[in-house]
Structures are given as C-alpha cells and as structure tokens.
Design a protein around this ligand. Structure first.
Ligand code: GLC
Length: 567
C-alpha cells in the first residue's frame, strides 16, 4: 500500500468489531473460532465493512476472555492455529477489508512467562517487568487503589513478600512501562504482527500505562476515588505512544485506535491529532456514563438524555477544533446494548436500532459496529445469576450482596450493567442456538433469536441490517459526512437530538426522536431561512413509514429518525 497517498483512508471506513468467542463456532466446542470468522467474511463484505477489529485470540487462560494474554505471538488453540489466522488475513485482504488486532499491553496474564519469572525472586531479570511494592509500613496494602473489577488493586505474593499491581482481574498483572525492556518487548510483539501484514491495532486501555511513580493514596476528592487520577493519562503516556508510533505504527502505515479510560478531550486531541504522531483515533466513554449516578457504574438511574447530547456535541466540536479524530460507537463488548439502554427494545426495537445507527453514523469520526448491532440485538433476557460468565459481573454481584443489597436488587443491577449483555452469541438464523454452535454455547443464546437473526434480515429491504448497509455506503458517497463541521440544532428539546454538518458545499441534517411519543421539531428561523429554505433537499435515509418533507416544522413519530442532505 502506498501510505503517503492513503494516509487518511480510515476516515471513510466503517469498523466491525468481532468478539470471537461469541461469533461463530465451527468445532461444536461451544466457543467461536477463527475459522468461524473466515466463514463470515462474505457476510461482512456484503455489509460494506472496511476494517475488522478482531478481539484477542492469543494464548490466554481466558479469565477475562483473552484480555489476559499469556503469549502475545501465538494463537490460542481454542480459536485455531496460526495457519487459520493467515488464512483469515488473506481472506480479508482479498475482499478489500483490513484486519485490526487488539493489543493488550497495560497488563499481561500472570501465566505469561515474564510474570512467572518475575515472581520468582527480587533479583530475577524479569522482576521489573511488573510493578512490585513492599507492604505499607506496619503491614497491609501499598495504597488504596481499587481494581476496576472490584476490590483492591494489589495482590500479595508470598514468595517474595511483596504486592504486585492489578488494575483489572487479579490474574492481569500491570506491566511496568518505566522499564525500557518492557517497551522494547511491546515494540517487538507489535512488529511481529505488523510484519504479518495486519493493517492496524486497537490498543487496550492504553492511557493507563504510565503510573504516577509515587503511587499515592487516593484522597477520594474526585469520584470514584479509586486511584485512577494517578494513572489515567499519566505523566509519560504520550512519550510511550510516540515511541510506538515512531517504531511501529508510522513505519508500517497502520490505523490505530486507542481505548481511553476516563480520559479528557485535551489528551484525546493529543492522542489523535496526526501532527502529534500518536494514534489515528480514540475511544472515550463519557457518553456511556450518562446513566451512572455520580460516576458509579453499579448504581442505577435513568439515563440523562441532555447529557448524552451535550457530550456528543462537545466532543464533535472540540475534537475537530483540535485536529483530533473520534472513534464513534454506542456498543462494544464491555457495554450493555445501547438499544436497550437508550431506546426501546420491545415494540419499537427496529425503529430504535435504526435511529441509533443514523444518529451515530452522521457524526464526524470513524463508526464502529459491534457484532449483532447491525441486526438490532437487544440485551438478552436473563433469568438467573448463574447465567452470567463475566468476571466483572460475578465479582460485582458478590460485592453488591456484601454491601447489603438484596439478591433481587443485585441481580437487577447486574442485568442492567453486565458486560455479558453484549457477549451472548451472534444470532445467525432460527436454527438451534441461533446457528452459532452445534454444541453447548459457553454463554446463553438470547431467547428472542428465532425472531432476531441475520437470515431473517438479509433480504428484507426494511431490516436493521439493510439500514446499516445503506449508512455504511452513504459514508463513501456523501463527503459532508466525512468533513462537515458539526452544529447542534435541538437546543432544549426534551425528546429530539438534531444536528447539522456543514462543509460549505453540502449540509447534512440529522433529526432523531429518542422517545415513544409523537413530537415536533422546529428549525430556528435564522438557520432555516439562511441554510435550507428554497434549496433542494434529498432524504438520504429514514426509518418511518411516512417520511415528512423537509420543512421548518417536522412531525416525528416514536423513534423516527431522518438524514437529509441539502445542496
Ligand atoms: C478493556 C477491554 C476489556 C478488558 C479490559 C482489561 O477495557 O475492553 O474487555 O476487560 O480492558 O484488559
């Protein structure tokens, strides 16, 4: 590829996220595999996907479904072989699609040989690959930092009488990026995959790699007070990312997306402005915390629609002004399904799925589609706590009970918040287990699969699938979707999210009714008369039977959503 010419090719792309364990099983083992994905490449090509983000398939004990890596350069036999991987890579390429791998280097599994060595003795050559601390004076934990999966972030290791840091599961030991040898190992493993011809990387929780070396106690002054202010967007993080860019991303012309936990816009601009030579784009999660009371994930409240709109709008305007680039998403493997969370997953499920898609795909950035989103998969129906598999969910259920919640309350919270909501098997057809496996699925299949599945939607022009296909194609044809400046139009409307994108040649208008009641949206007089009135408009996509003509006053049925272009 000539990278100079195609430097920004990913700005017009749509990424499809594959959670391999739940995608397609070809062995009957009950877990998805690489050959399963190979078998669906035509499906992804048909949808119009440009980039496939393949989540971790490396050797791993699977305590966090592959985000606990025990060997970065080998394929976990459960997922297949390196030959399978090479075939996948070639198959994607021959269909004009790119492969993006997940790189998990804030931590490794404690089963990684580096850690196995590291824990042996204080003078082991691998000791400084990880973060070891003495107990506090008088004994006890080195500080009060909490794991993101609940409980302390420190694990005591008897062999040497010290603690090691684990910001996630207790089997995910944080790597010590202060150690130059660790940085060189990371460059080596990324070079290995770049040499194999992958097109890019998704970098797992990459803004957590530089810790404040004083390891101070969190005084709790900023919620949630778990220590994150001492390692989020830390002191040397940009230096480390620039190093990776210079040695790998830039050299191989890779597309890169950094997953940024609890970040700020100023940092995301720096991470993704091309002049900084760091990443192509960033994920941030602020818009997915609008239903966390006081930042607390494990407490419930109805989501704050105004906050959702404000956050999207601020990031649209701010990232553009700073020359950064957003990864756009409502769903991923760590989030409940947006369809159930922000809209209606019953009577208006189809309208809702299309509304969320239109709203997101009209924004500036690179959209990500998480498997199943394109057919409108909602949160599954959970009947019992034993159905959950995710380590975070099972930990939190126990912790909620310890905090005094009743089993019913705790179950209800887990049902709303669990990452397993997005991890149930992909629904391919109405045969047993939704066509995902001939064996026993590792996690339950949602009982609504006979109605909600790929097969039922492929040939239906009004399906959610075909709506996504159309949106993905529009991005390739309508320039203003790529480069238009964003302006929020709905100020003050309690039900409607409306915005414009303007590149001086074309004007894009997106109007969405996020409610189950009819409503009216009215353009402000000045905007209407100067930008729309008297010009020709074309409806690019909509989701309601009766499509109104673009007028100053627009009637919207429940969950109606439209995108127009004015030229
Ligand atoms: C990221 C991943 C998540 C994982 C965590 C620890 O947030 O998306 O699934 O559990 O990092 O690696």
């Amino acid at each position: 590829m000539n990278h100079k010419q195609e430097i920004d090719w990913w700005r017009k792309s749509t990424v499809y996220q594959v959670y391999p364990k739940s995608f397609n099983d070809t062995t009957g083992r009950g877990t998805g595999d690489i050959r399963g994905l190979i078998g669906k490449l035509d499906y992804l090509q048909g949808l119009g996907i440009d980039i496939i983000w393949l989540q971790p398939v490396y050797v791993s004990p699977q305590n966090d479904n592959g985000y606990d890596v025990a060997d970065y350069c080998r394929i976990n036999p459960e997922f297949g072989t390196m030959d399978d991987f090479d075939e996948l890579s070639a198959g994607a390429r021959s269909r004009g699609m790119h492969l993006m791998l997940d790189i998990v280097v804030n931590h490794s599994s404690t089963e990684h040989p580096w850690f196995q060595e590291s824990r042996k003795s204080k003078d082991n050559p691998y000791r400084d690959y990880y973060i070891w601390k003495d107990p506090a004076p008088g004994g006890g934990l080195p500080n009060n930092w909490q794991s993101k999966f609940g409980g302390t972030a420190w694990q005591y290791d008897e062999t040497t009488g010290q603690y090691f840091l684990t910001l996630f599961d207790k089997t995910q030991a944080d790597l010590n990026w202060e150690n130059e040898k660790v940085r060189e190992e990371v460059i080596k493993l990324m070079t290995f995959w770049a040499e194999k011809g992958v097109s890019g990387f998704r970098m797992d929780v990459i803004n957590l790699i530089s810790k404040n070396q004083d390891f101070p106690d969190d005084d709790g002054s900023i919620s949630p007070g778990d220590g994150r202010k001492y390692y989020t967007d830390g002191p040397r993080v940009h230096e480390y990312i620039k190093l990776m860019h210079d040695r790998v991303f830039g050299r191989y012309g890779l597309v890169t997306v950094g997953e940024m936990s609890s970040t700020t816009m100023a940092h995301c601009i720096q991470y993704s402005n091309p002049e900084e030579r760091e990443f192509s784009m960033t994920f941030n999660f602020h818009h997915l915390k609008v239903d966390y009371p006081n930042g607390q994930k494990w407490e419930l409240m109805p989501y704050d629609f105004e906050a959702l709109k404000v956050l999207f709008s601020e990031w649209q305007v701010g990232m553009r002004a700073g020359g950064g680039w957003n990864a756009l998403f409502f769903n991923n493997h760590d989030q409940p399904r947006a369809l159930s969370r922000f809209t209606h997953d019953g009577e208006y499920r189809t309208e809702s799925a299309k509304l969320l898609a239109t709203t997101l795909h009209g924004l500036q950035g690179t959209p990500y589609v998480f498997q199943g989103e394109e057919i409108g998969m909602p949160n599954p129906v959970w009947n019992d706590v034993s159905e959950f598999r995710d380590i975070e969910s099972t930990n939190m259920y126990r912790i909620l009970l310890e905090k005094g919640k009743s089993p019913e309350e705790a179950f209800h919270i887990i049902c709303e918040r669990s990452r397993d909501n997005s991890r149930t098997p992909m629904q391919w057809d109405d045969s047993d287990n939704a066509g995902f496996t001939t064996g026993t699925p590792w996690i339950k299949v949602d009982e609504r699969y006979p109605e909600i599945n790929v097969k039922a939607q492929l040939d239906d022009p009004n399906s959610v699938y075909n709506h996504y296909k159309k949106l993905i194609a529009l991005r390739k044809k309508v320039q203003v979707i790529i480069d238009g400046a964003y302006e929020r139009l709905d100020i003050g409307h309690p039900q409607v999210f409306a915005y414009a994108r303007d590149n001086a040649k074309e004007l894009l208008i997106v109007i969405s009714n996020f409610s189950e009641t009819d409503t009216v949206f009215t353009f402000e007089e000045l905007f209407w008369s100067s930008k729309i009135d008297g010009k020709s408009s074309e409806l690019l996509i909509g989701n309601a039977e009766h499509t109104p003509k673009l007028a100053q006053e627009i009637k919207l049925t429940p969950y109606a959503s439209y995108m127009w272009v004015i030229r």
